[in-house]
Design a protein around this ligand. Structure first.
Ligand code: ZN
Length: 293
């Protein structure tokens, strides 16, 4: 069932379990994560990126997700991931999203506050939650410029001030995770030596000063034990995308290689969707979401 995010993110869950926000950009991913949620009797957040909306079309992708969520046997909330475009957020609110992320964290602090407040004012009138970010999450395009990861992490005092000044509902924190898989800009090789982690002391310092629910992005690749520790520090949502993509891609490549006779895309995608579902189910177990629908 399609629900408001406030139905699945609430005080009683804090410190006990968290909800994965799974990114989707097509039918197979939406079906895979919803099947996982139904199999584990777990609530989930279905989220879109700006790139996914550009890929599939706004109304096309939102329509698919909304109907799939409505028909599911478990609670599912729609959320928009990182977005700088205020008009796009307004459109998505009109289409039924109950939560949106305004991300202008690349701008100077004062501008970030000003634009975020404007979105909060609009969204709250419609009963919609707003997520924003303070500190910058490492992303693929940032690797060339990064000297010290510390510079990009969320400062606990600044986070508390930001929350008070903007009135946001959830806060995305930068605590040592990153988006995607780091690729060396010169050699184009995957940098396997870089291990993702969550800076737990920093997260704890943020949690003592910020009283709204916390969100950790880029949670793929973080050790399970650290995810569970982070839940104790008020993290209620983990954004998960890369692990799903990796599982999907591996199964798809294997199927294509082993079965050159298949030409029906549905049959090519089927094992990939299953592999993605399996990883999503594992995440629901790790985060303690299983059985919480
Ligand atoms: Zn993110």
């Amino acid at each position: 069932m399609l629900v408001h995010i406030g139905k699945i993110i609430h005080k009683k869950m804090i410190g006990r379990y968290a909800i994965p926000a799974f990114n989707t950009s097509n039918l197979e991913i939406t079906e895979g994560v919803i099947r996982a949620a139904e199999a584990q009797k777990a609530p989930i957040i279905l989220q879109t990126s700006v790139g996914a909306l550009e890929y599939a079309g706004i109304e096309e992708l939102v329509g698919l997700n909304k109907i799939a969520a409505r028909n599911a046997s478990v609670p599912i909330a729609l959320h928009q991931d990182h977005c700088k475009d205020v008009e796009l957020l307004k459109k998505l609110i009109g289409l039924g999203y109950s939560s949106v992320m305004i991300d202008v964290s690349g701008l100077p602090y004062e501008d970030n506050v000003k634009i975020t407040r404007e979105v909060v004012k609009y969204a709250h009138k419609a009963g919609v939650w707003v997520q924003a970010e303070i500190g910058r999450l490492l992303g693929n395009e940032d690797w060339q410029n990064v000297k010290s990861g510390e510079d990009l992490m969320t400062d606990p005092d600044e986070a508390a001030k930001f929350v008070a000044e903007t009135g946001i509902d959830t806060l995305a924190v930068a605590v040592g995770t990153w988006h995607g898989i780091p690729v060396n800009p010169h050699t184009k090789k995957i940098m396997h030596t870089l291990k993702e982690h969550i800076d737990l002391p920093r997260l704890r310092a943020i949690a003592t000063k910020v009283k709204i629910p916390l969100v950790v992005h880029g949670a793929s690749g973080v050790p399970d034990v650290q995810l569970r520790e982070a839940i104790k520090e008020n993290v209620v949502v983990f954004n998960i995308d890369t692990d799903l993509r990796v599982a999907f891609n591996a199964a798809l490549r294997k199927n294509i290689k082993n079965h050159p006779e298949i030409y029906d895309p549905r049959k090519l995608f089927a094992p990939a969707t299953e592999a993605l579902q399996k990883v999503a189910e594992e995440k629901l177990e790790i985060l303690g979401t299983k059985g919480k629908a």
